[in-house]
Ligand binder design. Structure first.
Ligand SMILES: Cc1cc2nc3c(=O)[nH]c(=O)nc-3n(C[C@H](O)[C@H](O)[C@H](O)COP(=O)(O)OP(=O)(O)OC[C@H]3O[C@@H](n4cnc5c(N)ncnc54)[C@H](O)[C@@H]3O)c2cc1C
Length: 479
């Protein structure tokens, strides 16, 4: 239970939830032993590209948003029916209140205490105002936050991070969690004693396991998450309750890599590619949806089309095409995708005839300036400037293949405002499992049917910090 002279908190998972928990546990005077089965820290958190939500921040005020009082209502609206339903004992109202009211302090913590730049604020879909924070530099927000936190934690001698170390079992005595059993890179088994913060992420990458159990219709779909089995079974084994497990977020555009088209893991094709002017074409070369519609609408439209001929993968071959105007505006994204071989630059004259026809038709629509003319309802054309007809044949467009991907799992383990994991007692009443906390994508109950962009990093920071502080407090008996 001790590390040096101090008692330890065990943290499973080194994504933002685990790192936030570790920070607060150290601050409260505990030692921290962090395990991660991956060879490097950061989990999916390091990939986050849009940012973290904060309501009422000084960065919002800098861009003229004097007050932001709609975050709670936006989150409840997005959660949909699940907000009203669900097992007794899940206090969704309190959890959402906590998430939204502590969002400003979470952003301030990352900026002022951890030293992350989050000065740029953008408005994502489903939000009433701009409240998603990222930095002004080139480093995406997930990588900026994770690297700053890891650096800070590593400078503390009471913090030990072990990578390639997978937790296999929670150790239980008399109904209380007392530690973990794990194996290291050499396959050696070890046991650690102490309160456990479980921050092992979601199950979007578990295509043939939990996904097929809870959403058989999505079984085998590729994902923006690493293709790996989920760790929820460890919590199930100690009686934890799960909520909203069938609420799964699909992103319409993950890149199909021509070098490995059936790969289960796909890079996200950022929303900005469509927002700034990109169009989507079916395999027969036709537009079929308003590319700027909600994620679920665009995904459903794609999934109503014939699937890719690939037998081994449940995916679609949709062409994402950006004209030179759109390519220029998202130049930093495009440079990376071209380098990865996911996007090619091609002259219009070298495209397939049906794609040239679609480009000409769309270019004529944009040139008409009459957005009302789009039968699919697209109202904004971004930075598209390619003309129609022979005049465009020598121009270079950016082109890649995309498919819907499983992106985020809203469901997870039931937990309370102290980030304690709950189990079902008599008559369905939920009570905390002593010695066990959870935070981040592994938990369920906050997002309901749909997560707002930017709210996952936020839940990691808010509830990760609560979990770490509370777990550390349990060591002194003042829980
Ligand atoms: C491409 C992409 C972009 C995104 N962009 C955004 C965004 O801009 N804003 C936003 O809010 N959200 C975004 N998200 C979602 C968000 O990044 C994740 O939901 C969030 O980071 C999850 O954090 P976490 O700490 O809960 O889990 P993770 O960051 O996934 O970390 C979990 C860690 O636990 C480890 N682990 C699992 N099981 C075990 C075990 N048994 N033993 C030891 N270790 C284990 C894993 O190896 C992993 O490192 C994005 C997601 C993706 C994939």
């Amino acid at each position: 239970m001790t590390q040096g002279s101090k008692k330890q908190v065990i943290v499973v998972g080194s994504g933002l939830a685990g790192l936030s928990a570790a920070h607060e546990a150290l601050k409260a005077g505990a030692a921290v032993r962090m395990l991660d089965r991956a060879p490097k820290p950061g989990g999916n958190s390091i990939k986050a590209s849009s940012g973290i939500n904060g309501a009422g921040t000084r960065f919002q005020r800098d861009i003229g948003i004097a007050k932001d009082e709609s975050f709670y209502a936006d989150t409840v609206r997005s959660a949909g029916q699940n907000f009203q339903e669900g097992p007794t004992g899940i206090d969704r109202k309190t959890l959402i209140e906590q998430l939204t009211s502590q969002s400003e302090s979470a952003v301030n913590w990352l900026v002022d205490e951890i030293g992350v730049d989050l000065s740029v604020v953008a408005q994502l879909g489903g939000h009433s105002v701009a409240r998603t924070h990222r930095g002004a530099g080139k480093l995406p927000p997930g990588a900026a936050i994770v690297s700053a936190l890891v650096e800070k934690l590593k400078s503390n001698p009471d913090f030990v991070l072990e990578n390639s170390a997978e937790a296999d079992e929670l150790l239980v005595n008399d109904g209380a969690v007392q530690g973990v059993r794990y194996h290291d890179a050499d396959g050696q088994t070890h046991e650690l004693e102490g309160p456990v913060v479980f921050a092992a992420g979601g199950f979007a990458g578990d295509a043939h396991g939990l996904l097929s159990k809870y959403r058989p219709d999505l079984a085998g779909m590729p994902s923006t998450n690493e293709a790996r089995p989920a760790s929820h079974g460890l919590l199930e084994a100690v009686g934890a309750e799960f909520v909203d497990m069938d609420s799964v977020q699909i992103h319409p555009t993950g890149f199909v890599d021509p070098k490995d088209p059936a790969a289960g893991y796909k890079f996200l094709a950022a929303e900005a590619l469509r927002g700034e002017g990109g169009i989507l074409l079916s395999s027969s070369g036709e537009r079929f949806v308003n590319e700027l519609d909600r994620r679920d609408v665009v995904s459903d439209a794609i999934m109503a089309l014939p699937r890719s001929a690939l037998e081994s993968a449940r995916q679609w071959d949709i062409t994402l095409l950006l004209d030179p105007g759109a390519c220029e505006v998202v130049g930093s994204h495009i440079g990376f995708y071209v380098w990865k071989g996911l996007v090619q630059k091609k002259k219009v004259k070298d495209l397939a005839p049906e794609i040239i026809a679609a480009v000409d038709k769309y270019a004529a629509l944009v040139a008409s300036g009459a957005s009302a003319n789009d039968a699919l309802g697209r109202k904004a054309f971004g930075h598209w400037r390619l003309p129609s007809g022979e005049a465009n044949r020598e121009e270079e467009v950016c082109i890649g293949t995309v498919t819907p991907v499983v992106h985020f799992t809203m469901g997870g383990v039931a937990f309370d405002s102290h980030a304690r994991v709950l189990r079902s007692q008599k008559e369905g009443e939920l009570t905390p499992i002593p010695g066990l906390w959870a935070a981040g994508e592994i938990t369920g109950g906050i997002h309901g049917a749909n997560r707002l962009g930017g709210s996952s990093l936020l839940e990691c920071a808010v509830f990760g910090r609560v979990a770490g502080a509370d777990a550390a407090k349990s060591l002194t008996g003042n829980e």
